[in-house]
Design a protein around this ligand. Structure first.
Ligand SMILES: [Mn+2]
Length: 326
């Protein structure tokens, strides 16, 4: 039987135009590593491709990862040649997601670990929502085909697993653990260490310092308000709120000119982070994600005038928790 990369590569060879690999917008280390690994593997099977993405990555570790590992990727807006003849493989996301821009070519394939969207169809898809990182799925493609990942690819994939599973503590499946173990012998521990030491900038630290004064705890629920923080920083700040002993569910939100970005975390099985995120932005914006981590956004124009957004978010979150008996 053909391996998955053989199946995908032989299909991509039929592309009438060029082949692109697209990680989700504002790619994080897992998305970047997945695209990097898949591009390498496709080339081993005779398919040349380019990695294109929308909206610049925000976190400093993503930037360092691209620099230190020599990862080639381009902003879609800088690639003038993308057209309707071209074929696209989406990694770490699916067609129709709010964070996957439509590049106006044919989305023939998706490899992802987010919840399956039933409104999208592909010629090839491998969607495993139970897996903690997309990097694990790509690593599996290597070993399934008997391919040894080069040192920099193995390092990227290992770091992708590390970040998406919060150091192997969040949504870790057997596959994540096995791939982490197998990648270990091929990866560069020194580079991993350097990436772990490039998590925030001085400006981030200042934003954190200001935000942590706003922390509020209501039962098991923690809230944090940030001002002008990008998506990644809101998520990282939220991880710190969740790390509080008292807090099992946390919400961090950032008030920005374009709207309000919401990050949600939960370690209570009965309270799904994605459902809570949707409850918080209900009727105003969009939200989604995973069981333990999720996000949402309310565009500035949808904010109810004359009402406190802080109260609105807290009220909705508390009501949702109470409706489930917490
Ligand atoms: Mn991911």
């Amino acid at each position: 039987m053909a391996t998955r990369i053989e199946t995908l590569a032989s299909m991509m060879k039929k592309a009438p135009g060029a082949v692109f690999v697209q990680p989700h917008d504002v790619p994080d280390p897992d998305a970047i590593a997945s695209a990097f690994g898949l591009r390498y593997l496709l080339s081993r099977f005779g398919v040349e491709s380019r990695v294109v993405y929308e909206r610049e990555y925000e976190k400093i570790d993503a930037q360092r990862m691209v620099e230190l590992l020599g990862i080639e990727l381009s902003l879609a807006s800088a690639v003038s040649s993308i057209d309707t003849e071209d074929w696209l493989v989406i990694v770490d996301g699916q067609k129709g997601n709010a964070n996957i821009v439509d590049l106006h070519c044919v989305e023939v394939a998706a490899i992802d670990h987010h919840e399956l969207r039933t409104d999208a169809s592909y010629r090839y898809s491998d969607i495993q929502p139970e897996v903690g990182s997309c990097s694990s799925i790509i690593a599996d493609y290597f070993f399934e085909a008997g391919e040894v990942p080069p040192r920099l690819v193995a390092t990227a994939l290992m770091y992708g697993i590390f970040v998406d599973t919060d150091n192997l503590t969040r949504s870790v499946s057997d596959l994540d653990a096995r791939m982490f173990y197998r990648l270990h012998e091929y990866s560069d521990a020194d580079l991993i260490r350097r990436l772990r030491c490039s998590q925030i900038t001085r400006n981030d630290l200042a934003l954190y310092a200001e935000a942590f004064r706003t922390a509020e705890i209501y039962g098991k629920l923690g809230f944090l308000r940030l001002t002008d923080a990008d998506d990644s920083l809101v998520g990282s700040a939220n991880d710190i709120v969740l790390s509080l002993d008292e807090v099992d569910v946390s919400i961090a939100y950032s008030l920005r000119e374009d709207g309000v970005k919401v990050s949600v975390r939960s370690i209570i099985e009965a309270i799904r982070a994605d459902d809570l995120a949707r409850a918080v932005v209900d009727g105003l914006g969009f939200g989604g994600g995973h069981t333990h981590m999720a996000g949402g956004f309310i565009p500035a124009g949808a904010l109810p005038p004359g009402k406190s957004i802080d109260t609105l978010i807290k009220h909705r979150a508390i009501s949702y928790m109470e409706s489930l008996g917490y």
